[in-house]
Design a protein around this ligand. Structure first.
Ligand code: C2E
Ligand code: CA
Ligand code: CA
Length: 744
C-alpha cells in the first residue's frame, strides 16, 4: 500500500518535471508582452479528458486546451477557451464570436456554406472500438457501429475508410451503451482518450476497449477561410511547429493517467446496490419485527388490563363489566338457546365476616364460585358482582338440571361451615329471571340483573333462603320450549311426530278432492301438543324447516304408496314463512322430493300463509313464481286473516285461495260476515282463481257457500284432521264406491 503511494508521488513529480521542461513559460509572456492578442477559441466541453470543465476553476481544460494554448502562446497570442453553444462545428463556424474552433479533422464547410481553413495537426487521436465484455466483433467487414451524433465529422471519415460498416448515431453515451447491450450495434466508436475517461464509470465495467486502432484522426483548429483566418492559422502553425512529440506525449499522459471521473449518485447506487438492498431489507425486517414486538407488548398489556377489569380478583370469575360483555356475546351468538339469569346473595354475609373473620368469608365466596363454575358449560357465564353477590347466566336445560345444580352447589354452600366443624349454616337467597326474545335483541344485562334482583329481594324479605322467579309464567314457557326444541330430533325417529290428513271436499260432487297435511306431535313428556304451540317455538329456534321437510317427505311417501294402490291423490302441505329465505331453494327442494318418490307435481299443493306475503312480498312472489314454473300449485292460506288481503290478491300469482271462515265469523254481526264472505267468493272467482273455504263447521255455512258459487270446502263439518290409516280407509271406500256410482 505504502509502496504504491510512493510510486504515485514519484510519478507525479516526474510528470511535473517533464511538463515544466517541455513547456517552458514563453519568454514573451514573462517579459511582460502585455499587448499579445487574445484568441477566443470555441471548444466542446463534454469530451473529457480532451476538453472538459475543471470543477474547481470552472475553466475549460484538457489535452486539447493545453496543446492549443502552448501553440497559441508560441505564436504570440493568449488563448481564452469558450465552450461552444452550438451542437456541432458547422454551426459554430458561422458564429463570429469565435476566432478559432476545435477540434477539426480536416477543413469543412459551415452550415451557411462558408469554407474553412484548418491549422496543422496538433496530435493524432486514435479511434478505438468498445464492445461488451471480451466479445470480439466477428464480422469486422459488416460491423454495426454506434457513435455520438456530435461526432458527425468523424463518422464521415469512418464511412470512407470502412464502407462495409454501418453507423448508428445516438444523442448520449448512455443511449450508445444501451444500444450496444441490446445488440442493436456490435461496437461503439470513440476517441480512445475519451474512452479512457468514460470507461471509468462503474456501471460500464462490462465494456472493453479493443486494443487495435480503427484509425487516427487529425486534431486541428479551424477558422472560416478568410484573409484573417489564413493569417491566424499560419501564425498558429508556427506555434504548432514548435510542439515536440515528447511534449505531446507528456500532455496526453498527464490527462489520461488522472482519475478525472467523479462518481455521481447513480454510480454509488450501482456500486453499492447489493449492500443497499441488503441493508434496506435488514432495516425493513428489523422495523417489522420491532413494530410487531411493540404491538404484541401493547396487546398483551391491553389484554392484561382488560382481564383485570373484567375479572374479580378474589374468585377469578368475571366482574360485572366482564359479565356484561360475555352475556351480550352469548345472546348474540346463541339466540336459539333458552337462558335464565340467576342473581344470588348470601343472607347476613357481613355477620359471617364479623364472627368467623374476613378470610373465612373470602374462602366461602371462593368455594361457592368454584363449585358453581364447575357446573357451567362454555355457553354459560358466572360473575361475582360485588361482595357476596353472584350472577349466573344459565342454559334452561329442563327442571332436572336446575334441581341438580341447586342441590350440588347451593347445598354444599349452605353446609360449608358445618362441613368444616363449625355451627354456622349459610343461607342463600336467589332470584331468577327467564330471558324473553326481547332480551336477546336488546341485550340489556343490567336490566335483566335488576329483575332477577327484584325476585331475590322477595326471597330475602320473606324466607331468607331459597329461590324465586321474577317471571314464573315465562319460566314454565321457557321450560316447555326447551323440552320441545330438545326433543325434535328424537321425536322424528320415535314416531311422536305424525302427519294427519284433513279431507278437502267438492260439495257439488260430494267427493274428496284432496287433503291438507297437518302435523301432530304426541310429545314423550308433554303429551299431545298443538301445532299452534310448537310451530312458533320451532320457528323462533330456526328449526321449522327441519320439521316441515320431515312432513313433506312423509306426505310424498304416502302419495307414492297410494299411487301404487291406484289412488292418485293430491295433498296440500304447509310452508312456514321461515322456510323461505334468500339462501334456500324451496322449489328445488320440492322438485328433488317428487323425483325421489316418483310422484307428479300436480299431487302437491303448497300453502303459504297470506301474512307471509305481506311481510316480504318480493321474496315470496319470486318463490311462488319459481314453484309454479316448476309445475306446483301454490295456495294462499288463511285468506282474510291479514289486513292486506285485497291488495295481495292483485299482486300475488297463486292458483287457489283458502278463505278461512273462522276469521270472518269470529266477531261481529253474522249478517255482515255473510255479506263479506259472499263478496269475497265473488271477487276471487271473478279474478279467475279457485276458492276453497276452510273452517266450515256447519251445514248452513256449507249451503250458503255453495249457493254463492264456492264448492271446494274443508272443515269439521265434513271431516276433522285424521291419522293416515283413517284417511286411507276413507279414500279406499270412495274408490270402491266410484265404479258403483258409475254403473248407476
Ligand atoms: P292452518 O294451516 O290454517 O291449518 C288449518 C287448521 O285449522 C288446522 O289446525 C285444522 O285442524 C284446523 N281446522 C280445520 N277445520 C276446522 C274447523 O272446521 N274448525 C276449526 N276450529 N278448526 C279447523 P291445526 O292442525 O291445529 O294447525 C294449526 C296451524 O299450524 C295450521 O293452520 C298451520 O298454520 C300450522 N301447521 C300445522 N301443521 C303444520 C306443518 O306441518 N308445517 C307448518 N309450517 N305449519 C303447520
Ligand atoms: Ca294450511
Ligand atoms: Ca288455514
Amino acid at each position: 500500500m505504502k509502496a504504491l503511494k510512493y510510486r504515485n508521488v514519484i510519478f507525479t513529480i516526474v510528470l511535473c518535471l517533464i511538463t515544466s521542461l517541455c513547456f517552458p513559460v514563453p519568454v514573451s509572456a514573462d517579459t511582460g508582452e502585455n499587448h499579445a492578442q487574445e484568441l477566443r477559441i470555441g471548444v466542446p466541453a463534454d469530451r473529457c479528458p480532451v476538453f472538459y470543465i475543471d470543477s474547481n476553476t470552472n475553466d475549460v481544460v484538457g489535452i486539447g486546451v493545453d496543446l492549443m494554448r502552448y501553440a497559441a502562446q508560441k505564436a504570440g497570442y493568449t488563448a481564452a477557451f469558450i465552450p461552444i453553444k452550438e451542437s456541432n462545428l458547422k454551426d459554430a463556424l458561422d458564429n463570429s464570436e469565435y476566432d478559432l474552433l476545435m477540434p477539426f479533422g480536416s477543413a469543412i464547410k459551415s452550415t451557411a456554406g462558408t469554407p474553412s481553413i484548418v491549422t496543422d495537426n496538433l496530435m493524432e487521436t486514435p479511434f478505438t472500438l468498445v464492445t461488451v465484455g471480451n466479445r470480439k466483433p466477428s464480422d469486422t467487414e459488416h460491423l454495426r457501429v454506434g457513435m455520438l451524433s456530435s461526432q458527425k465529422g468523424v463518422a464521415e471519415t469512418f464511412t470512407q475508410l470502412y464502407p462495409g460498416m454501418t453507423i448508428q448515431m445516438y444523442e448520449t453515451m448512455p443511449e450508445c451503451v444501451n444500444a450496444l447491450r441490446n445488440d442493436e450495434v456490435d461496437a461503439l466508436l470513440h476517441n480512445s482518450y475519451v474512452w479512457s475517461y468514460i470507461l471509468q464509470k462503474p456501471s460500464y465495467s462490462d465494456l472493453t476497449q479493443q486494443p487495435s486502432n480503427m484509425f487516427s484522426m487529425d486534431f486541428r483548429a479551424g477558422a472560416p477561410d478568410t484573409p484573417e483566418g489564413r493569417i491566424l492559422t499560419e501564425r498558429i502553425n508556427s506555434g504548432i511547429a514548435e510542439l515536440s512529440d515528447t511534449q505531446r506525449m507528456a500532455v496526453i499522459l498527464d490527462y489520461t493517467s488522472r482519475r478525472l471521473y467523479h462518481y455521481d449518485f447513480a454510480d454509488y447506487l450501482y456500486m453499492y446496490s447489493l449492500s443497499i438492498v441488503l441493508s434496506s431489507l435488514l432495516f425493513i425486517a428489523l422495523t417489522i419485527i420491532a413494530v410487531q414486538r411493540i404491538r404484541a407488548v401493547r396487546r398483551k398489556h391491553e389484554e392484561k388490563l382488560r382481564w383485570l377489569t373484567e375479572h374479580d380478583p378474589l374468585t377469578g370469575t368475571l366482574s360485572l363489566q366482564g359479565f356484561r360483555r360475555r352475556v351480550t356475546e352469548l345472546l348474540r351468538e346463541h339466540p336459539d338457546i333458552p337462558y335464565l339469569l340467576a342473581y344470588t346473595n348470601i343472607t347476613d354475609f357481613k355477620y359471617i365476616n364479623e364472627i368467623l373473620g374476613r378470610s373465612a368469608g373470602d374462602d366461602l365466596l371462593r368455594f361457592w364460585a368454584k363449585e358453581t363454575e364447575a357446573t357451567l358449560s362454555e355457553y354459560e357465564a358466572i360473575a361475582r358482582l360485588d361482595s357476596d353477590h353472584l350472577a349466573v347466566l344459565r342454559h334452561i336445560g329442563g327442571e332436572e338440571k336446575i334441581r341438580y345444580d341447586d342441590e350440588a352447589v347451593i347445598d354444599s354452600v349452605r353446609s360449608y361451615f358445618t362441613d368444616r366443624g363449625k355451627e354456622n349454616r349459610v343461607q342463600v337467597c336467589g332470584g331468577v329471571y327467564i330471558l324473553t326474545p326481547e332480551d336477546y335483541r336488546l341485550c340489556d344485562v343490567d336490566h335483566m340483573l335488576d329483575l332477577a334482583r327484584v325476585a331475590e329481594q322477595r326471597v330475602r324479605s320473606r324466607k331468607k333462603d331459597g329461590y324465586e322467579f321474577y317471571n314464573p309464567d315465562q319460566w314454565e314457557k321457557g321450560k316447555r320450549s326447551a323440552d320441545i326444541i330438545s326433543r325434535l330430533s328424537a321425536a322424528k325417529e320415535t314416531g311422536e311426530i305424525q302427519v294427519w290428513y284433513q279431507p278437502q271436499m267438492d260439495v257439488s260432487t260430494g267427493r274428496i278432492i284432496g287433503a291438507e297435511a297437518l302435523c301432530r306431535w304426541n310429545h314423550a313428556k308433554l303429551g299431545w301438543i298443538s301445532p299452534a304451540e310448537f310451530i312458533p317455538i320451532l320457528e323462533e329456534a330456526g328449526l321449522i324447516f327441519e320439521l316441515d321437510f320431515y312432513i313433506w317427505k312423509k306426505v310424498c311417501s304416502d302419495l307414492q304408496k297410494w299411487n301404487r294402490q291406484g289412488l292418485h291423490r293430491t295433498v296440500s302441505v304447509n310452508l312456514s314463512r321461515s322456510d323461505i329465505t334468500d339462501e334456500r331453494d324451496i322449489s328445488g327442494c320440492f322438485c328433488d322430493l317428487i323425483k325421489v318418490y316418483g310422484i307428479t307435481t300436480d299431487q302437491l299443493h303448497i300453502e303459504i300463509t297470506e301474512t307471509a306475503f305481506a311481510e316480504n312480498p318480493t321474496l315470496l312472489i319470486s318463490t311462488t313464481e319459481r314453484l309454479r314454473n316448476a309445475g306446483f300449485s301454490v295456495e294462499m292460506d288463511d285468506f282474510g286473516s291479514g289486513y292486506s288481503s285485497l291488495h295481495m290478491l292483485k299482486e300475488v300469482p297463486v292458483d287457489r285461495i283458502k278463505l278461512d271462515l273462522r276469521f270472518l265469523t269470529k266477531t261481529g254481526d253474522p249478517e255482515k260476515s255473510r255479506i263479506i264472505t259472499s263478496y269475497m267468493v265473488q271477487m276471487v272467482s271473478s279474478l279467475g282463481m279457485i276458492i276453497l273455504a276452510e273452517g266450515v263447521e256447519s251445514g248452513e255455512q256449507a249451503e250458503f257457500l255453495k249457493n254463492k258459487g264456492c264448492s271446494e270446502m274443508q272443515g269439521y263439518y265434513f271431516h276433522k284432521p285424521m291419522p293416515v290409516e283413517d284417511f286411507e280407509k276413507l279414500i279406499h271406500a270412495e274408490k270402491e264406491q266410484a265404479p258403483k256410482e258409475g254403473t248407476k
